[in-house]
Design a protein around this ligand. Sequence first.
Ligand code: ATP
Ligand code: MG
Length: 155
Amino acid sequence: AEADLVELVEQAADAFRVTHGDHPLTVAPGPSALSLRLDPQRVRQVLDNLLTNAAMHTPPGTPVSVAVSLANDTAQVRIADAGPGIPPADRERVFDRFYRVDKARSRDRGGSGLGLAVAQSLIRAHGGRIDLTSEPGATVFTVTVPLAVGALTNP
Ligand code: ATP
Ligand code: MG
């Protein structure tokens, strides 16, 4: 099915503002619409996971931003936070099932450690990928999906 990626991002941003009002959210200016062959529910789930992480794993008040852009034959959604960051040794493992950087603290916050593993498999099912860069004050998850995809596969 075709769905508008920009509209999905705006809907996810609206939901974030309701549920995570203690984290200021900026939506960067970008394309006004971007109709793609994607599963809107699953992509929305990925956006919600990444935005929730940016709030749940950073101190209250930490700014969060989201941006949609076009790069070559792909669309990208960049979800960034100004939190403490993810140490280098943890950056690949955070996509593993049940992996949490600070287990005691994450348990307090109710996370199971599944969110990123699920998000990655959902985006791979769209022929895309999720990349992570992080340093103190700048953690960025970039979701990349092809503008033209083949048949959606089940994750
Ligand atoms: P779940 O999403 O299943 O409720 P979770 O958020 O703990 O639980 P993931 O979303 O898979 O699990 O994230 C794995 C771990 O990566 C988190 O526990 C946290 O330690 C770390 N992490 C994820 N996003 C961020 C972020 N934006 N800033 C700092 N750490 C993060
Ligand atoms: Mg999570």
